[in-house]
Design a protein around this ligand. Structure first.
Ligand SMILES: [Zn+2]
Length: 222
């Protein structure tokens, strides 16, 4: 989990727009985007979005998987730039930490913790109307309000920090950063019933080979 992985893999940008579509002015169709920003990559989001042909003002939605500072650190920066146009989603149990109403569980020592907003709280099983429907999966353990996201169309699981991976191989629960191992085990078992083609771990990146088998194997070892 070196810093490079943090920087490159801590954010995921999703778009309703398919680049394969021939659209004269893609900007018009780019209705919603989702991104989670890590603490130090605010400056990287602009060039990445430019590269895929999306201007920064098209960012409409931020879904936070959890409260850790490397996942909410750039939220104030985004809000400053985009104002209230950006809607922020998170689970109820991590909301007060994200809003800085109470100190962050793991990063409570920070002198100036990032202060964000949460417009809407999410619950387990909720469907969001983005990117062909996103399913919210409450996956506590790493933090109480950790959520994962399942994209039906592409069979992609955004696992956040509920699992880590190394070179495309899922490593399972990252014990040193997990607050409640029992909860984390139960959370991982929630993935067994999903038809998953790809998993994005925020520490480790993309896994897309025999993912269902890997998850079953991990869950059996718990
Ligand atoms: Zn984390």
């Amino acid at each position: 989990m070196n810093q490079v992985q943090h920087v490159l893999l801590g954010a995921v940008l999703l778009s309703d727009y398919s680049p394969s579509q021939r659209i004269p002015d893609p900007g018009v169709r780019l209705t919603r985007h989702w991104s989670e920003q890590t603490g130090n990559i605010g400056r990287m989001l602009h060039p990445v979005m430019e590269k895929v042909g999306v201007s920064f003002d098209k960012l409409k939605v931020v879904i936070l998987t959890h409260q850790d500072v490397d996942h909410i650190g750039s939220l104030p920066e985004i809000l400053k730039e985009c104002g209230n146009d950006v809607k922020v989603y998170a689970h109820e149990l991590d909301k007060p930490y994200i809003k800085e109403e109470i100190p962050l569980i793991k990063d409570g020592h920070l002198e100036n913790p990032p202060k964000g907003k949460v417009d809407e709280t999410l619950i387990d099983g909720q469907e969001l109307p983005f990117c062909g429907r996103l399913r919210v999966i409450h996956t506590p353990g790493h933090t109480p309000g950790h959520i994962s996201l399942y994209l039906r169309q592409s069979k992609t699981l955004i696992a956040g920090d509920s699992m880590y991976s190394v070179d495309g191989i899922l490593g399972g629960i990252h014990v040193p950063t997990t607050l409640d191992m029992n909860a984390a085990r139960l959370s991982l078992k929630k993935y067994v019933d999903l038809d998953i083609a790809s998993v994005v771990c925020y520490h480790g990146g993309l896994s897309n080979v025999n993912v269902n088998d890997q998850i079953v194997g991990l869950s059996q070892g718990l």
